[in-house]
Design a protein around this ligand. Structure first.
Ligand code: 3H9
Length: 720
């Protein structure tokens, strides 16, 4: 094998069987050396007369994790995958895929060109390309429908979620599960097949696709599913078109040609770049630049949660789902009972929706134990405090935790904005104190902001990041600065939405514009959901006059319109429904407040709405980056996609700005600055990158480099 190629395939023999082992750690993607190795060794096994069967497997924990994602968008290098797969498919000697771990994307597609597939009971198979803005482009859209039927194949490809070995066996994706030694079982399996005149090829199994011809429901259902679950995405339509070809083309290779054309269209679509940016961005975000990879982790075998409300309950579920026994503490017995009831109800809902088996529910519920006393927390390795936002109360709780937990336990606060250092100062172990800002509902939302206090130790940070991974969270580190990353950026976004309302737009125009941009919920629907009265009450309590930007929402509160909670806010809600209906009765309020504050209401274009709200995120993001509050621009994209409903196919606000061009971004901001100079102070980092013709996260400018380097030292507590 040539040295420059990436990854390799190991070749060995056991009697009359050749074993090809893909070796490209950590997860064996189909990089250039793997593609070359597969071709070379299939040919070698075929030309060796002593060999009668071939096993294809993977080294380590993965079979093959798919195509090498880092190659997309780069100049093609080395032999192509289709050649290697053809060699396997047309091998004279039978080939069995011995699936030892994850067989994803091109990995499963490789298994589908083998004559047989056998997996361990830990094997995972799937075609997740849709999550990268792609379609299975190595024959998956043509072979999977032939194997399991177009309807099931479409569901699997549109969901992009992997399935267990057991499910794969039930559906016919694999032929057998090995309960013992996979290679030994694969050899036995093959010995049984050697000598047969013919070995099955998935490409020849036409029954299921022919049966689907003329059944319009299959494609219509897939389109409905894609519209519901993948709004705005390009790849799902392409996947459906490929399966349509699998159903209707008489010749398998004609379907393959269509797949290749549709794949190419995905490849050049900007959504592909955006979604792959998120794939790598999520993995980058989980690393902390100045904390070595080898940092020892504090083992988390038992956890505690203080507070049994919505957040506390959701966090307890996360521990239990990760297999970690958890104590839920509340000082009020009724609250605790209610909280445990809500947890049970949430799990029951999952069972009812087929997302969990009854016995799984019983198993996780067994891991959650209610308690009324701090003494019970003496053995836990971590506690997450999740009570309401009040510094005095949190400090009091942390003092108790410091007294009652063992000295090594990590103490985390789920605060969404209080100063972690102030909380840590109430303990004797500030190095063990950290912020874990989960988003509501914690058991569903993927974002976790891990807030690094002045003294949070490397071990504490590394342990919490690893815990986040175990909980399947997208974890992002933020320095301890007001609003952390997400809420600080959000303030400019909602500011702009409120100003647009004062200037002449209506809530549903703003919401519709941003939802058609791809946001999962417009800002006014979001404000109604959160409750308009929170800020209003806080201002009243503190005797603060409403700032201009809140004049309208505060007036709505004065008129008893608090949002969804009392069925009227910016919108009206029918009883028991969360669907917003226009509230024309509010329009007089908007008009009179605008007039009172000297705004001449005007027509505002949807483009202006999108630009002002989204570019406000970008500008604050650039500022956060230059202050070192976030480590890298991609982290802000991860925050916005996983916590704030930003469309994944746009790659997050910073990626969106990159794609728009930073010079164009600054030009539009300069235009807005003409009417609101105070708000539109363009971040010097953004200006610098735009002037250099650079992008966020790419060829970092001096400022961006320095921002990263100063991450640990910077602690700007100002300027939300
Ligand atoms: C495809 O197959 C297209 C074809 O249909 C058509 C072709 C013509 N490539 O996630 P982890 C890296 S598209 C390159 O932390 P885990 C990853 O960046 C592909 N690199 O591990 C990370 O690097 P680093 C379809 C990859 O155990 C390291 O490996 N396949 C790839 O939590 C460890 O990753 C997929 O979409 C790759 N394919 O999870 C599967 N995969 O250490 C994508 C991973 O530098 N992969 N890396 O940060 C996964 O879902 C998970 O990685 C997996 C392991 C479940 C496999």
């Amino acid at each position: 094998m040539t040295e420059q190629l990436k990854g390799k395939v190991n070749y060995s023999t056991q009697g009359n069987i050749a074993i090809l082992e893909v070796d490209n750690p950590p997860v064996n993607p189909l990089s250039s050396g793997v593609r070359a190795g597969l071709s070379e060794y299939i040919l070698k096994a075929n030309s060796d007369d002593s060999i009668e069967g071939i096993i294809l497997t993977g080294a380590g924990r993965s079979f093959i994790a798919g195509a090498d994602i880092s190659e997309f968008g780069q100049k093609p290098d080395g032999p192509d995958l289709h050649t290697a797969l053809r060699e396997i498919e047309f091998s004279k000697k039978p080939v069995v895929a011995a699936i030892n771990g994850t067989a994803l994307g091109g990995g499963l597609e490789t298994a589908l060109v083998c004559n047989y597939r056998i997996g361990t009971n830990k094997a995972i198979v799937g075609l997740p390309e849709v999550n990268l803005g792609l379609l299975p482009g190595a024959g998956g859209t043509q072979r999977l429908p032939r194997l399991i039927g177009p309807s099931q194949a479409l569901k699997m490809m549109l969901a992009g979620t992997p399935m267990s070995a057991k499910k794969a066996l039930d559906q016919g994706v694999i032929d057998a599960i090995s309960e013992n030694s996979l290679i030994e079982d694969a050899i036995l399996f093959l010995q049984d097949k050697i000598g047969l005149d013919e070995h099955p090829k998935v490409r020849d199994k036409n029954d299921k696709v022919i049966e689907a011809r003329g059944d319009n429901n299959i494609l219509a259902e897939a389109r409905a599913l894609a519209a519901k679950t993948r709004r705005g995405q390009f790849a799902p339509g392409q996947i459906i078109a490929c399966v349509e070809a699998a159903i209707n083309e008489d010749n398998f290779d004609d379907g393959m040609k269509k797949e290749a054309d549709y794949f190419l269209e995905c490849l050049v679509n900007p959504q592909r770049e955006a979604m792959i940016h998120i794939f790598f961005g999520e993995r980058a975000a989980s690393k902390i630049a100045d904390i070595p990879k080898e940092t020892p982790l504090h083992p988390i075998n038992k956890a505690g949660v203080v507070g049994s409300g919505t957040m506390g309950g959701g966090i307890a579920m996360l521990f239990a789902n990760a297999g970690i026994p958890v104590l839920v503490l509340d000082q009020d017995e009724d609250n605790l009972k209610r909280g445990m009831g809500v947890i049970e109800k949430n799990y029951k809902m999952m069972v009812d929706r087929g997302r969990m088996l009854e016995e799984q529910k019983d198993a996780v519920m067994q891991l959650i134990t209610p308690t009324l006393t701090y003494e019970d927390l003496s053995e836990v390795d971590i506690v997450v405090e999740a009570v309401y936002e009040n510094l005095d109360l949190k400090q009091e709780i942390f003092q108790k935790l410091d007294t009652h937990t063992n000295a090594n336990a990590i103490l985390a606060s789920n605060t969404s904005g209080l100063d972690i250092d102030a909380i840590a100062s109430s303990t004797s172990r500030p190095g063990k104190v950290v912020g874990t800002h989960f988003f509501s509902p914690a058991n569903i939302m993927r974002l976790l902001e891990v807030v690094r206090g002045e003294e949070s130790s490397d071990e504490t940070m590394a342990t919490v990041m690893a815990l986040g991974k175990k909980m399947n969270k997208a974890s992002v580190v933020s320095l301890n600065a007001p609003g952390f990353i997400g809420n600080r950026m959000l303030s400019g976004y909602t500011y702009q939405a409120n100003m647009l309302l004062l200037e002449g737009a209506l809530p549903n125009q703003v919401d519709n514009a941003l939802e058609s941009f791809g946001m999962s919920m417009g800002p006014f629907r979001m404000m109604d959901l959160v409750g308009l009265d929170l800020g209003w009450r806080a201002r009243k309590l503190a005797g603060i006059e409403s700032p201009l930007v809140n004049k309208i929402s505060d007036e709505l509160c004065e008129q008893d319109r608090f949002g969804q909670k009392n069925a009227r806010g910016f919108y009206n809600y029918s009883e028991g429904s969360r669907a917003p209906n226009p509230a024309p009765e509010n329009e007089d309020i908007y008009k009179s407040i605008s007039e009172k504050h000297n705004f001449v209401r005007r027509e505002i274009s949807d483009q202006e709405i999108i630009d002002r709200c989204i570019l406000a995120l970008v500008n604050e993001g650039a500022q956060i980056l230059s202050e070192g509050v976030a480590q890298r621009s991609g982290d802000m994209d991860i925050v916005y996609i996983n916590g704030y409903g930003f469309p994944i196919w746009r790659g997050g606000p910073m990626c969106y700005a990159n794609m728009l061009g930073l010079d164009e971004v600054t030009k539009r901001m300069e235009e807005f600055a003409k009417s609101d100079e105070k708000f539109w102070k363009i971040s010097p980092l953004l200006t610098k990158l735009a002037t250099e013709g650079s992008r966020f996260g790419e060829a970092p400018s001096k400022e961006e480099r320095e921002a990263k380097l100063s991450f640990k030292d910077s602690k700007n507590m100002g300027g939300v």
